[in-house]
Design a protein around this ligand. Sequence first.
Ligand code: ZN
Length: 133
Amino acid sequence: QQSGEHQVVAKRRTQLLEITREVQEAVDGTDAAAALVFVPHTTAGVTINEHADPAVARDFERALERLVGEGWGWEHIEAGEENAPAHIRAALMGPQVVVPVEGGRLALGTWQGIFFCELDGPRDRTVLVTPLS
Ligand code: ZN
């Protein structure tokens, strides 16, 4: 099956953006048994967590910024700014998730949504969704 590319526009430095609908659309009309969602970036990631209360995504953003602090004497600098925290926060979230598909629908739990995790925004980003047979 072909991978589909999806564009994500992040407006803040750290921002979780729900992409569940885009992932569902990528498997619509396929015979996929699962969807592979992959983020081809080193300062962004993807995770599955609660989407019922949008406060959870905002709390993730705060937690990631506190777990890996700015000003820790990082060595990796980009455009004059410490950029290592963005890489390490991305590693904490990971670059991919796989979601089973049952009866044509993503088999997510009631409270689960798929979130793109921007960690070095604002930026335009790409997410790859591959239906797996
Ligand atoms: Zn960097």
